[in-house]
Write a protein that binds this ligand. Structure first.
Ligand code: FAD
Length: 296
């Protein structure tokens, strides 16, 4: 089955067989993908998606793999967006970006051109597509703030949808946990600003991140969503869970909102640790922590 599919996929774009997904996630956890497709153009991506539809194949889209915990026992056909890495910034601050562009690169280049609006995103190790799915945010900014529209495959065809139809909320959008959708490109509108000021804001954010988030091990960032009451990291710390371990997974001793892979953590180790943390926080605070990371 995968041999036939691989042959059909490779007529469209480069693919890798039996790709170790722990190599393409920031958690360094994940099983083997029998097919890992790397479309280089919008057209190749659309051809792949159409083929999957015709053949009724489920797939997982992966950007920079920085917000996912991938089951190491299940086989997935993966479409990586990382070769879809082109963007343009016009003179009046309109940005058109393919889904696989690294956020940090887009932030740096827009600041260098004297456009403000994305500085908060510096240091988030994700792609533009992944950031839209998650409505990524930091330092009181979020990706939906400057977004104009998204062009995406809705399972049948390519459509273009404006921000107000994408139901952005805290760390979620219509794309979160939706199957068979693929963000192809995203448009943003940025504001003209004094370039040294944009640079300065970036520097501040980098140093704030280094102080609080240099956890020293692979992770997927904050595991749990902010709650209406207290920050998850605070509650976890107050429950004395810093350093708690299951197998190779550990509640970071530096940032208790992170779970880190100390070397050989598995999908199950992380899930068991998540359950323990949730249980203890619930006992003490009567708060159920929801996941920010996506389980695949
Ligand atoms: C050290 C560290 C710090 C972090 N800090 C922050 C932070 O400050 N704020 C924050 O919000 N997040 C943070 N994150 C989490 C993560 O970087 C962001 O959520 C990021 O936006 C995810 O992008 P990605 O490309 O890595 O998505 P992935 O992890 O590749 O994918 C995330 C989800 O989006 C889907 N997806 C990805 N691309 C597409 C696409 N083109 N079309 C359809 N679906 C797609 C995937 O299937 C998956 O369900 C951090 C992570 C780490 C490791």
């Amino acid at each position: 089955m995968f041999d036939f599919l691989a042959k059909e996929f490779s007529k469209i774009c480069p693919i890798e067989r039996n790709k170790d997904l722990s190599k393409v996630t920031t958690f360094k956890i994940g099983g083997i993908a029998p097919i890992y497709a790397k479309p280089r153009t919008r057209q190749e991506l659309i051809q792949l998606l159409s083929l999957c539809r015709e053949m009724n194949i489920s797939f997982v889209i992966l950007g920079a793999g920085s917000n996912v915990l991938i089951n190491d026992k299940i086989f997935y056909v993966i479409i990586s967006t990382l070769n879809l890495n082109k963007f343009v910034i016009t003179k009046n601050g309109l940005v058109l970006s393919q889904a696989g562009v690294r956020l940090s690169q887009l932030v740096q280049e827009s600041a260098e051109k004297g456009f403000s609006g994305l500085e908060w995103a510096i240091g988030i190790p994700g792609s533009v597509g992944g950031a839209v799915v998650m409505n990524a945010g930091a330092f009181h900014g979020q990706i939906s703030d400057s977004l104009l529209f998204v062009e995406y495959w809705n399972g049948e065809k390519v459509i273009r949808v404006k921000r107000n139809e994408l139901f952005f909320e805290y760390r979620s959008s219509i794309f979160t946990n939706t199957k068979n959708c693929a963000i192809i490109s995203v448009a943003f509108s940025l504001k003209k600003d004094f370039m040294p000021l944009c640079r300065e804001r970036i520097r501040e954010k980098i140093s704030a991140r280094v102080k609080t988030q240099s956890v020293g091990y692979p992770s997927a960032g904050s595991v749990f969503k902010r709650t209406k009451r207290l920050p998850p990291a605070f509650m976890i710390e107050q429950c004395n869970l810093k350093g708690l371990r299951v197998g190779g997974a550990e509640v970071s001793k530096i940032h208790s909102g992170y779970i880190v892979n100390t070397g050989n953590a598995t999908f199950t180790d992380v899930l068991e640790l998540i359950d323990l943390v949730r249980e203890r926080v619930f006992e003490k605070y009567n708060v159920y922590l929801s996941l920010e990371i996506i389980l695949i």
